[in-house]
Write a protein that binds this ligand. Structure first.
Ligand SMILES: Cc1cc2nc3c(=O)[nH]c(=O)nc-3n(C[C@H](O)[C@H](O)[C@H](O)COP(=O)(O)OP(=O)(O)OC[C@H]3O[C@@H](n4cnc5c(N)ncnc54)[C@H](O)[C@@H]3O)c2cc1C
Length: 416
């Protein structure tokens, strides 16, 4: 059966690459990931088989520049393709985002930022190492960023430190919710660089390093038995005086803060998973009411006006979600206008909250038999709740930023 794309190429004016990569992701996820998703969820197990399939399909290199042998997707192209994956296995799409970010940040995003010629040359040489590992050896990168404090929200320097030593860095610290823990080959950790042990911690000195997972001093702790997104295996990662060679630097020192400030849309990369979940909740509801969900009796429920109204309400919400999301990702560029950034916060909030709202409407509309464990809807419901919690743009923080930015001009205060 052909599955319609979330974003019809003609209606949404996708270019050939956007359309081709979205099709590739959808075919793989619908054909392989959908049937495995329940098992990974039940066992809270990492989707290793899916990663093998993604490596074979070249998707691990989706955001590696074409000049380096990758598929060369920019941010918007990646987002459209990843949303297709999110429809069929949320945990795979979310962990895929962590892996892809290591290529997006070191590739497409940084290519549009200012660097000296020497920094650019050095960076281009260094990133080749990472890209070749991914493309030739199927290596997976993760993105441990959160520490359980204000750093991941963007308000403080990271508590994880990297002390400069001969030939590399000594990394110490703790990262919470490190998706892919125990399964990534490299942990793309954000740390605060220190030239001397007693240097003051500064966000300006943020360093992005690929910590090899098998390094001495790397360990994983804690249980992993969460409500949703169980296949992400987001346990706690500890770095205890881990030596990381200079060649593992993913960005020149000091570039990350400028990327985070000048490229705010980079924080939207957590949304495609939930855009896909929103679509999946709607698709399930339509199929269920038409009596077409595999594994359920072919009982039609679509003739009741209450069901028709509920689906109409879901359709409106899905259309609104798609529209603002597509517009926001289409505006992704360095130094966007303040209005564009506000739209990005509004889009992030909308996708994360509406995915969960659509999931709950789907269960209410389809009814009791639809939320049995044998069907995907209850997993979509649990997974959808996690989107609003992702720092730095949690639903709460998006509202906080939007409210302030709407009422105050930059730099304006109530003093005086
Ligand atoms: C399934 C899943 C996978 C994840 N994977 C990763 C991953 O791979 N890498 C990674 O780095 N992180 C990951 N995270 C972590 C995520 O991004 C958040 O960092 C984490 O959920 C924050 O935990 P908390 O809500 O307990 O944080 P808290 O710091 O307790 O924050 C609670 C809430 O308070 C608000 N808040 C926090 N700080 C401020 C502030 N300064 N001002 C105002 N409000 C504030 C926010 O809205 C936040 O949601 C994952 C989380 C989940 C649920």
């Amino acid at each position: 059966m052909t599955i319609a794309p979330i974003f019809d190429p003609q209606a949404w004016q996708l270019n050939d690459k956007q359309s081709a990569l979205a099709t590739k992701a959808r075919n793989l996820a619908a054909g392989k990931f959908a049937e495995r998703a329940a098992k990974f969820d039940r066992e809270a197990a990492f989707p290793t088989e899916n990663y093998k399939d993604m490596a074979n399909a070249g998707l691990l290199g989706i955001c590696i520049p074409e000049s380096e042998g990758g598929l060369g997707a920019d941010l918007k192209t990646y987002m459209i393709a990843a949303a297709e994956m999110g429809r069929f296995c949320g945990a795979t799409a979310l962990t895929f985002n962590m892996h892809v970010s290591s290529c997006l940040w070191t590739g497409f995003l940084i290519d549009e930022l200012d660097m000296s010629a020497e920094q650019r040359e050095q960076h281009n040489q260094m990133r080749k190492v990472h890209y070749q590992r991914i493309l030739n050896e199927g290596k997976i990168y993760s993105q441990p960023f959160s520490e359980g404090g204000a750093a991941a929200a963007g308000f403080k320097a990271f508590g994880t430190t990297a002390l400069k030593v001969d030939g590399g860095w000594r990394v110490s610290g703790k990262k919470i919710f490190a998706s892919l823990s125990g399964h990534a080959n490299y942990y793309g950790a954000l740390c605060t660089a220190l030239m001397q042990p007693d240097d003051k911690h500064s966000r300006r000195n943020t360093l992005y390093l690929a910590v090899p997972a098998d390094s001495e001093g790397v360990s994983i702790e804690g249980e992993w038995d969460p409500l949703g997104m169980r296949g992400t295996v987001s346990r706690t990662l500890l770095f205890n005086d881990v030596f990381v060679p200079d060649k593992e630097q993913l960005m020149p020192l000091g570039i990350y803060p400028s990327a985070a400030t000048r490229w705010p849309h980079m924080f939207m990369t957590l949304t495609p998973t939930y855009m896909g979940i929103a679509q999946a909740c709607y698709d399930f509801t339509v199929a269920y009411l038409r009596g077409e969900v595999p594994g359920t009796p072919p009982v039609k429920r679509r003739m009741f006006p209450t069901k028709q109204l509920a689906v109409a309400q879901m359709n409106v919400m899905l259309q609104q979600t798609k529209a603002i999301w597509f517009q926001a990702i289409s505006e992704a560029r360095p130094d966007p206008s303040q209005e564009s950034v506000q739209r990005a916060w509004a889009a992030q909030y909308t996708v994360m909250e509406n995915a969960n709202e659509l999931a709950q409407l789907a269960i209410r509309t389809c009814g009791g038999q639809s939320m049995l464990r044998s069907l995907p809807l209850e997993r979509l419901y649990r997974d959808s709740r996690c989107g609003s919690l992702m720092l730095p743009w949690t639903a709460e923080l998006c509202l906080d930023k939007l409210g302030k930015a709407s009422l105050y001009n930059p730099g304006e205060t109530d003093d005086s």
